[in-house]
Write a protein that binds this ligand. Structure first.
Ligand code: SAM
Length: 240
């Protein structure tokens, strides 16, 4: 049986769906991540922060931060400031509670497509598992590049569609059958976790995302695949 399709008539409808969905699932979001990835996401986040190459006393932005796991991971690099921004108020509320003692993290409500930050504010920007959810990938990348200083890094961690292979079939089975079931059982929200595999299916492949980052003006764009090619970590530099 195929899961029901989540369909959108417009970009606005998708943005609203995404924001409300994350507001709803926020209390169980972290638990679902740990279960779905068998704890592997912790390792991917560490790598993402390493790729940001933060200088001493860095200013870091985690955009579409959700519950702030990337921001929290970055604390060990001893930056001077971490801004964690998202348009789901419930997600950032969860993050705020979790990050409690890490005063260095400032949680902010913001739309990643129109960030309330001046040009060149940050030494680096990271984003995790957000690209599939934004309604304009190119505008989102351009905004990330805009707020980072010259030669600072833009880092993107995201699930990536597989080319046809046995592995693709295995992951399709896992994502399309097991994940929605887990989402229903654990997060009480089967719809949200039906949207997840669909958003991966229609998302651009890693090579295409690299090209889009280059087209947005980033230099030295590279990527590495993780977890049998199901996750991609991209990074690029703002031109000097
Ligand atoms: C799958 S969650 C990822 C959360 C977190 N970055 C992580 O690594 O776990 C996607 C997040 O992107 C946020 N998001 C999607 N579109 C956004 C936008 N235009 N502006 C700000 N946040 C956005 C959602 O609210 C959600 O918290």
């Amino acid at each position: 049986m195929k899961p029901d399709l989540v369909q959108f008539r417009s970009a606005e409808e998708k943005a609203l769906f995404v924001r409300h969905m994350f507001d709803r699932i926020s209390p169980r979001y972290d638990l679902m991540n740990r279960i779905m990835t068998l704890g592997q996401d912790i390792r991917w986040r560490k790598l993402a922060i390493e790729r940001a190459q933060l200088p001493p006393n860095a200013r870091l932005l985690d955009i579409a931060c959700g519950t702030g796991d990337l921001a929290i991971e970055a604390v060990r690099c001893r930056p001077s400031l971490i801004v964690a921004a998202d348009f789901s108020l419930n997600m950032i509320q969860q993050g705020r509670e979790k990050a409690g003692r890490h005063r260095i993290i400032q949680f902010v409500a913001a739309d990643g497509l129109q960030m309330p930050f001046r040009d060149n504010t940050f030494d680096a920007v990271v984003t995790g598992f957000s690209m599939r959810n934004v309604v304009d990938v190119d505008a989102f990348i351009r905004e990330m590049a805009r707020v980072v200083r010259p030669s600072g890094r833009v880092v993107i961690l995201e699930i990536t569609p597989l080319k046809s292979s046995i592995m693709k079939r295995i992951f399709q089975f896992y994502f399309q059958r097991i994940v929605p079931w887990l989402g229903g059982m654990i997060a009480g929200d089967r719809e949200a976790y039906t949207y997840l595999p669909q958003s991966v299916e229609v998302f651009i492949p890693a090579e295409e995302l690299k090209k889009r980052m280059e087209a947005s003006g980033l230099n030295n764009v590279r990527y590495q695949k993780l977890n049998f090619g199901t996750v991609a970590l991209h990074w690029g530099e703002v031109p000097t």
